[in-house]
Design a protein around this ligand. Structure first.
Ligand SMILES: Nc1nc2c(c(=O)[nH]1)N[C@H]1C(S)=C(S)[C@@H](COP(=O)(O)O)O[C@H]1N2
Ligand SMILES: [Mo]
Length: 342
């Protein structure tokens, strides 16, 4: 059972290079015991503890799933095989009061995520042990992971060990620690919760042009004169700096993931070791900018979707190492390579 690539991608998602499957978040489980066990407990009539081998004797299904990572890469039509969560729940029989379902990983930080029980079922969640016809690789959650179609991939927990049925929701790791949206619908672009930003404090920091070390996620700073801004180590995920003057700004060690920098003046700006994953630099002026050691995963520099490419202004004065380009989609990498003369 396979499905063709979707005719459209959710907003602001882009295809990964063919055959690529990035590893995101934790890279390995706490350990891989000889016998992998799964337990299902909490508000259920019949708690269950079973080995993976037992689970693998249950009727399995194969699903083509479109992976959409919150850092803006998508990989449509991934083939996963495993046991539908619905079957496991039929067996344990959730109690009346069970409204949420929490998934916990066998990982160093006991990574977890959760869903409303009704959503977990209606989305066709799968306890997957195979991908693309092969046993699931350990770095991708093998031997057993959750796969939740129709949600950003952070709801698809790797190294699934425990399932708990709950009356009240229990926020997962990314949702509680990093402000990831708890619903995570890619079609509604539910990536992050906007933090409560104190407007007066933000205005004061903008006037001083000093964001260093601050949490200013989702700040609206489009069209402003912020030349020489000090944003060292600042948390600026999802921020909007479109068309702003950021000449000579310092973003060393800052987190600019998914930030909008369209048409910004970023001449001589420095991004040493910054996280610019998913950031949009379309039509920005980047001459003299330094991206040494920055993580460029899924960043965009030109609009390759439609119309004449509105590329960023890039020439040989921009510092990007050739291996950093591997993190970009092929059209973006090609655009930069040409502009940098690599
Ligand atoms: N245990 C565990 N599961 C996890 C994560 C994690 O850090 N730990 N990261 C999530 C995120 S953000 C994504 S995008 C996917 C990445 O899965 P992959 O590495 O197989 O691509 O796993 C999700 N499941
Ligand atoms: Mo993710």
């Amino acid at each position: 059972m396979s499905s063709p690539a979707p005719s459209r991608l959710p907003p602001r998602q882009q295809l990964v290079a063919p055959g690529k499957w990035p590893i995101v978040g934790e890279k390995s489980p706490r350990d891989v015991p000889a016998v992998w066990e799964l337990c299902v407990e909490g508000l259920v009539e019949r708690p269950l503890r079973m080995t993976l081998a037992e689970l693998q004797t249950w009727p399995a299904t194969t699903h083509a799933v479109d992976i959409h990572c919150v850092t803006r890469w998508s990989r449509p039509g991934m083939i996963f095989r495993g046991v539908p969560l619905a079957r496991v729940l039929e067996c344990v029989r959730p109690q009346k009061g069970a409204k949420f379902i929490s998934f916990v990983a066998r990982s160093r930080r006991d990574h977890s995520t959760s869903l409303p029980l009704a959503d977990a079922l209606s989305l066709g969640s799968l306890l997957a042990y195979e991908a693309e016809g092969q046993p699931l690789p350990v770095d991708h959650g093998g031997p057993l992971r959750l796969v939740v179609p129709g949600r950003y991939f952070y709801k698809s927990l790797k190294w699934l060990q425990r399932i708990e049925l709950l009356a009240e929701d229990r926020l997962g790791y990314w949702e509680a620690e990093a402000g990831y949206h708890n619903t995570a619908d890619p079609w509604r672009e539910e990536r992050y919760m906007a933090p409560a930003l104190d407007k007066q404090e933000a205005a004061r920091l903008l006037a001083k042009r000093d964001f260093s070390g601050r949490d200013l996620r989702s700040i609206a700073a489009a069209g402003m004169d912020l030349s020489g801004l000090n944003a060292r180590g600042a948390l600026l995920r999802d921020s909007d700096f479109s068309r702003s003057n950021l000449r000579g700004a310092c973003f060393d060690g800052a987190n600019l993931s998914n930030a909008r920098l369209l048409g910004a003046d970023l001449r001589e700006a420095i991004f040493l070791g910054a996280d610019v994953e998913g950031a949009d630099f379309t039509a920005a002026d980047l001459r003299g900018a330094d991206f040494s050691g920055a993580s460029l995963f899924g960043a965009t520099f030109c609009d390759d979707s439609a119309g004449p490419p509105a590329g960023a202004r890039v020439d040989r004065t921009v510092r990007v190492a050739p291996d950093q380009l591997d993190a970009l989609t092929p059209p973006q990498a090609a655009f930069l390579r040409a502009a940098l003369g690599l």
